[in-house]
Structure formats: structure tokens, C-alpha cells
Write a protein that binds this ligand. Structure first.
Ligand code: SAM
Length: 232
């Protein structure tokens, strides 16, 4: 089963963008996942084919119209589509590595990239959209958020990462941060590599890495130690 991603956006030209290179791009070319990009504007009707309108009740900015977005979703994702529908939104539940793992184990995802002040609230319930945030900051549109979600997810698909072990040891794999890495040269600007890493003692190396990962997590992200397995 190929992981099928569909992205609804007002800026289809932004895709595949970074998803077309490196790991994700190679996997896309190999058919390990598919990417369909739909222009929300194609669903607009009327003489001006406008997709947005002023917010009810007044206030700044514009809002993506419910009727246009619903029609765009219906055209891209039928009612019996088994894929979850995610609306990128700063007020959504946080996107996590656990969420990426869960998504990668499923049939794919339909992602709606918002613009303007956001989307008409009614379409969220009407089309069963899950609001997902990639962090506590405001982007100008959901496209970069969609790319972040897809990049994190696609690299977890079978056969995408060269070394399966790297997914198991990297940051957040066990709700902690990853240990530090070193490589050649042996001495860099007068600083050597921790001796244990060149000792050849695998048990000692593993213990050192575990301790370093715990130290870094406690110092930088104590919240990860406190919380249970994260889910969006
Ligand atoms: N008025 C909105 C608010 O205050 O929550 C911000 C809208 S933002 C300018 C436009 C679009 O960018 C959003 O609809 C969403 O799709 C996307 N976006 C912005 N920040 C995001 C984030 N942290 N995570 C996911 N999507 C984001």
C-alpha cells in the first residue's frame, strides 16, 4: 500500500518544493508515497472566483469561505476516504513524532493548508477536519506546516531511511532527545572525541549515549521527561 498524501492549497506551485529532494524526493520518485496537490481556487465559482471574504462580526483580514473549501475537499477526498483530514492551524493539537509514526502506519493523509486569518469554522466540523499545529508560532500559510508534517512522516515509511536503526535512536523515538554525534577528524580545533567512543566497547558506548541523551533532555526539554507518549 502506497502512502497517499493530498494537499489542498492556494499555492500549488510551492509543491513538491523540499519534498522533491533528498529522502522524501527519492521515495516519491520510487513510488513509496504519492503526492496530489489541489488548488483550492479550482473550487471557487462566481465571476471573480474569490475564495475568501471578510470576517463576520468585523475585524482584520479575510477568511477562507466554507463553501469553497468544502467543495475543494469533496473533489479531492470522497466521503468514504479512509485517510484522516488535517487542517494546519496554529491553534491545533501539537504535531509530534508519535503522530508522524501513527500517520506513517496508515493509508495517507489529506492536508488543508490555510491562508489569511484562517478558515470558516463551519467547514471544520462539516468535513471532520483535525486541527494540527507544528509549533507555537504563526506562519503566513499552512503550506510549510504541511511540508513539515509530510517530511517527518514520509521518512518513517518502510524502505525510505537507509539505516532502520536511525529511526529508533533519534530524538523523540523514546520521548527524549538524541545523544551527541562525532566523526573525523579525531582532533577538531584542539578538541578531541570523547574517549569512550573510540574504545571499541559497545556496552560502554551505549551507556554513554544513554546518559548523554538523558542529560540533554533534562537540560533542554524537561517537559519530555514529564509527559507520557505524545499524541495529536
Ligand atoms: N489567525 C490565525 C490565528 O491567529 O490562529 C493565524 C492564521 S495564519 C496567518 C494562516 C494559516 O497558516 C493558518 O490558517 C494555518 O493553516 C497556517 N499556520 C500558521 N501557523 C501555523 C502553525 N504553527 N501550525 C500549522 N499551521 C499554521
Amino acid at each position: 500500500m502506497t502512502f497517499a498524501a493530498t494537499v489542498l492549497t492556494l499555492f500549488p506551485g510551492m509543491f513538491p518544493g523540499p519534498l522533491g529532494v533528498s529522502l522524501a524526493g527519492k521515495a516519491l520518485a520510487e513510488g513509496r508515497w504519492s503526492l496530489a496537490v489541489r488548488d483550492i481556487r479550482d473550487a471557487a465559482t462566481g465571476r471573480h472566483r474569490s475564495v475568501d471574504d471578510t470576517p463576520a462580526g468585523g475585524g482584520p483580514g479575510m477568511v477562507l469561505r466554507a463553501d469553497v473549501l468544502a467543495a475543494a475537499i469533496d473533489a479531492a477526498s470522497p466521503a468514504d476516504d479512509p485517510r484522516p483530514r488535517w487542517l494546519m492551524s496554529p491553534r491545533g493539537v501539537p504535531f509530534t513524532q508519535a503522530a508522524a509514526r501513527e500517520l506513517a502506519a496508515g493509508p495517507g493523509v489529506v492536508i488543508i493548508a490555510g491562508r489569511f486569518e484562517g478558515v470558516d469554522e463551519r467547514v471544520i466540523a462539516a468535513r471532520n477536519l483535525r486541527e494540527v499545529s507544528i509549533g507555537d508560532y504563526v506562519l503566513s500559510g499552512g503550506e510549510i506546516a504541511a511540508m513539515a508534517v509530510l517530511d517527518a512522516t514520509v521518512r518513517l515509511l518502510p524502505g525510505v531511511m537507509g539505516n532502520a536503526e536511525s529511526a529508533e535512536s533519534e530524538s523523540f523515538a523514546e520521548d527524549g532527545l538524541e545523544y551527541p554525534h562525532y566523526t573525523r577528524p579525531q582532533i577538531f580545533e584542539g578538541v578531541g572525541i570523547p574517549e569512550v567512543l573510540t574504545s571499541g566497547d559497545h556496552a560502554k558506548v551505549a551507556a554513554w549515549r544513554r546518559a548523554e541523551a538523558e542529560r540533554l533532555t533534562a537540560a533542554r526539554r524537561p517537559d519530555l521527561l514529564r509527559r507520557g507518549p505524545a499524541k495529536p
